[in-house]
Design a protein around this ligand. Structure first.
Ligand code: MN
Ligand code: MN
Ligand code: MN
Length: 288
């Protein structure tokens, strides 16, 4: 059975509506899917309706941003209660924070002679699907292209929005510890997202994993899309060393991108799959 435990819809920074993501995943043979939009549960109801119609299992999912040692990292939560007060509170705070961040990015771009970025990014976002969420950096990137400030999105990130650039506004994310605690309170299974994507040294990555275990995390995302094989190997070693389960996913955002639903490297066979712990029957039907 093909599983995909990491993907995005227009509820955050993906370009396909939640129901379209589910249909596309189903068409690609995925039979167990978790939609993991950034810091929101907004896409889950629509995704669930679509999954139910197709006879496919959809597990509640979310990708939460948090801070560890001054770096923004991502934590994936699965099969949680979507009405847990702690989770709803945390999401409301992140939602506010994302709007403040979007406003700040726009102010900084305006100061560099690129006015109207918030409205522009919002317009890009609205074309993809209406949502009350703040526009994210990909939306700002598209605005910069359309306004003629850069040639393409890659240049937008390279010059203005990427790591360390002026649009890389540090948000006051909650700590890793708080985030894992929030997910625990909601009864989630918790995986550390793409541990290789952070710009860490080997020893720092190992410390992150150690802290994640300490706070109560359950799994490592050993496979994230088509990441290089040696990274899968490195993460598998960490999962074994710390006795963590493994999760897999495409991290799909858009068709034609570097990722595709249900497409990712093979998980080393000795690792235990986190999704073996999901209690589909009760969790899925109990979701609201
Ligand atoms: Mn994203
Ligand atoms: Mn991520
Ligand atoms: Mn992601």
């Amino acid at each position: 059975m093909i599983v995909d435990l990491h993907c995005h819809s227009t509820a955050s920074d993906g370009v396909l509506a939640p129901s379209v993501v589910v249909e596309r995943a189903h068409g690609r043979g995925v039979r167990l899917l978790a939609l993991t939009d950034h810091d929101t549960l907004d896409g889950l109801d629509e995704a669930r309706a679509s999954a139910t119609a197709l006879g496919m299992v959809l597990v509640n999912g979310i990708e939460l941003s948090c801070l560890w040692n001054g770096a923004t990292i991502h934590v994936l939560g699965y099969a949680f209660s979507s009405s847990a007060p702690a989770l709803l509170r945390a999401i409301a705070e992140l939602h506010e924070g994302r709007w403040r961040r979007a406003e700040l990015i726009a102010e900084r771009l305006a100061a560099k002679g690129m006015p109207g970025a918030l409205e522009g990014a919002r317009a890009v976002q609205q074309e993809l699907g209406d949502s009350g969420n703040a526009p994210a950096r990909p939306h700002f990137a598209e605005f910069l292209v359309r306004a003629g400030h850069v040639r393409d999105r890659a240049e937008a990130f390279r010059k203005w929005l990427g790591s360390g650039k002026l649009g890389d506004v540090k948000q006051h994310w909650p700590s890793l510890e708080q985030t894992v605690a929030t997910l625990h309170e909601a009864g989630a299974w918790i995986s550390l997202a793409h541990p290789w994507q952070y710009d860490f040294t080997r020893s720092k990555r190992r410390r992150l994993v150690a802290d994640f275990v300490q706070t109560g995390g359950h799994a490592l995302e050993v496979v994230n899309g088509m990441q290089p094989l040696e990274q899968v190997g490195g993460l598998a070693i960490l999962a074994r060393e710390f006795g963590l389960m493994a999760s897999v996913g495409s991290d799909f955002h858009a068709p034609g991108d570097w990722s595709e639903l249900g497409m990712y490297r093979a998980l080393p066979e000795d690792l235990s799959p986190l999704w073996g712990r999901f209690d589909h029957e009760c969790r899925v039907s109990a979701a609201s």
